[in-house]
Design a protein around this ligand. Structure first.
Ligand code: NAP
Ligand code: ZN
Length: 350
């Protein structure tokens, strides 16, 4: 074991504080990573404040962070894919059982024994896993991703969660060139959804509550931007979408978007509001429309997404902050006052 600096919360209402956590000595399959940047996902906030107490109760102290980009500092004796100096990423998972049908299919996100990057039982050290708001992390090489050369590391960090979470359902639901795709909520996830749908060649419509984000949505690659509070603007798109990605972090009227789907269209929830959403049955059944959800993506697909980003020069739009500003960043995230992701510069922790 060795000690590393981190930022943690002691309870659902505590501010972040500097702390020291233990990381394991490397096993033969492990990669040790010096963390350069870690994105701030809205899930970090939900979890740190125990807003998901039903589905995923928080264990304190809690060190969030699952959008990690760093430099390999050391590898175990059996590691074949990485060497010191490599630029790598770690997302929401750090382990799984590797034997279940889901793992065999490369869908580790559905493994019943997956270990999340933070707040999951730690098989090696006991207690729970600690995430990327820290200096260094040790991860099994299977869960380490290669960051393509040429991508800015601060902007690449959010790809590890916001990127794969929006890329995966678009692939699953057959978003291709010429399809009409909606993206609801222009936050960390939503802005990545717009970038991917645009790069794939879809006709992209961004939905936002903020009139001020309209122009920005077009700059991100949206073909149209709709202020969701404007009923007339919404009506103009009724029955027309092949696919809608809903990336809203709070309670909202999902029925309004179901109405916008064409026959057999799908709306996928990637946002995870704490409270259940009201779903109008008629909205679904009249057009044989479907509503589904999607969590992150498997390791193979995460690498595919990163390589896609390398080929298309895609990264998140980030505001880089020192870790000392993480509490302030959470408050601003709640006000949707960030374009579009905070990325913590971990040099500020050293
Ligand atoms: P974020 O940056 O805060 O973005 C959420 C966006 O939702 C905001 O920018 C805002 O967009 C919109 N929004 C916020 N409050 C709203 C309200 N009351 N009504 C309508 N729209 C509202 O959050 P994020 O990091 O992108 O995460 C979004 C959600 O996805 C969170 O719940 C997070 O936990 C979840 N998530 C899920 C997965 C997964 O695997 N499925 C992975 C990561 C995150 P506008 O200002 O444009 O309206
Ligand atoms: Zn996340």
């Amino acid at each position: 074991m060795y000690n590393t600096k981190a930022y943690s919360v002691a309870s659902s209402t505590s501010p972040f504080a500097r702390t020291t956590i233990a990381r394991r000595d490397l096993t033969g399959r492990d990669v040790q990573i010096e963390i350069l940047f870690c994105g701030i996902c809205h899930s970090d906030l939900h979890l740190a404040r125990n807003e998901w107490s039903g589905a995923m109760p928080a264990v304190y102290p809690c060190v969030p962070g699952h959008e990690i980009v760093g430099r390999v500092t050391k590898v175990g004796s059996g590691v074949t894919r990485f060497k010191p100096g490599d630029l790598v990423g770690v997302g929401c998972m750090v382990d799984s059982d590797r034997t279940c049908p889901e793992c065999q299919a490369g869908l580790e996100q559905f493994c019943p024994n997956t270990t999340l990057t933070y707040n999951s039982p730690d098989k090696h050290l006991g207690g729970v896993t600690y995430g990327g708001y820290s200096e260094s992390v040790v991860v099994d090489e299977h869960f380490v991703l290669r960051v393509p050369p040429g991508l800015d590391p601060a902007g690449a960090a959010p790809l590890l969660c916001a990127g794969i979470t929006t890329y995966s359902p678009m692939r699953h639901w057959g978003v291709t060139k010429g399809k009409k795709v909606g993206v609801v909520g222009l936050g960390g996830l939503g802005h990545m959804g717009v970038k991917f749908a645009h790069a794939i060649g879809a006709h992209v419509v961004a939905f936002t509550r903020s009139p001020g984000k309209k122009e920005a949505a077009l700059r991100l690659g949206a073909d149209e931007a709709v202020v969701s509070r404007d009923a007339d603007e919404m009506k103009r798109h009724a029955g027309s979408f092949d696919f809608i990605l809903d990336a809203v972090a709070a309670d909202h009227d999902v029925g309004a978007y179901i109405q916008l789907l064409r026959r057999d269209g799908n709306i996928t929830l990637v946002g995870a509001p704490a409270k259940p959403l009201a779903v109008p049955a008629f909205g679904l059944l009249l057009g044989r429309r479907s509503l589904s959800g999607s969590p992150i993506g498997g390791i193979r697909e995460t690498q595919e997404m990163l390589d896609f980003c390398g080929a298309h020069h895609i990264t998140a739009d980030v505001e880089v902050i020192p870790i000392q500003k993480v509490d302030e960043a959470y408050e601003r995230l709640l006000r949707s006052d960030v374009r579009y992701r905070f990325s913590i510069d971990m040099a500020s922790l050293r």
